[in-house]
Design a binder for this molecule. Sequence first.
Ligand code: 3PG
Length: 320
Amino acid sequence: MTKSGLFQFLHDTGVIPVACVEDAANAVPLAEAVLAGGIGVLEITFRTEAAGEAIRQIRAECPQMLVGAGTVLHPQTAEKAVQAGAAFIVSAGLNPETVSWCTARDIPVLPGVCTPSEIEQGLALGLDTFKFFPAEAAGGAAMLKSLSGPFPGVRFLATGGIRAENIAQYARCRNVLAAAGSWMVSGELQAKGRWDEITRLCAEALLAVQGLEFAHLGINNGTPGEAEQLARIFEAFGMRANPGPLSIFMNREIELMNRPFYGSKGHIGFRCTDPARTAKYLEKYGFTVNPESIQYDADGSVRLCYFQEETAGFAIHLVK
Ligand code: 3PG
């Protein structure tokens, strides 16, 4: 996989489990549990003797699982990790020697940074993608937003203190490639062989990163006059009409279209952290994007898209 292909895959997945494997015998059941939860990437940290063997076994038994190595403190550890089959290298801090060892061999490396000076050091080494660590303690999503000003081309793998409850606020940051964390693959869950729970937590994390929430219901009308008649009815229920060029919004929850639009009856809009990522996530549920419906933001990212499939007469769409 090329470096850009790898980063695209990390972005599309959105969440990377970070596992510390004490017993290499747990590596394959762990990887299978994570895959069953819908996640195809795993970071194994070099904090235990078993790390290299764990990576080797996962690559041999679950070739569809992409494996990265974490807590790589020296070039020697990076070499061990790559020999074992690691596709990328992650570390908590920025060690120029480890970075140079990786870049000389074209191995994707994400050193940890949490200050502007560290980012500048990494830029000078030719990198533009970093681990942002420790994310929560170093200022979280607010800090990432601040960093997007001076470093518009830099992207981060946010890690440290992230859970299902706060992952969406990271996924919403334009400069976040993905978020990572250990909560769904903890040492305790591995030691107790709670593979089903790991699968459940991975699936939950994958849903949480989408940040999906109901936005509005769109109702198609034949003419602007029909839309206005409907608006009077919803006003009787205390809703406020906000007319626009295409439709009348009643508060923010009901959109009365001025003419027939997507969907035979109308549409259902869902907000999410990143429509391009969530469209990929929903492919497994049989949804395909209508390419003509895609609208982009100024930075080239997808702002809005409709699915081809109708659900009970409604077209479903995603919006940032
Ligand atoms: C790491 O090294 O990436 C962290 O241990 C993961 O952070 P978390 O344990 O807070 O998820």
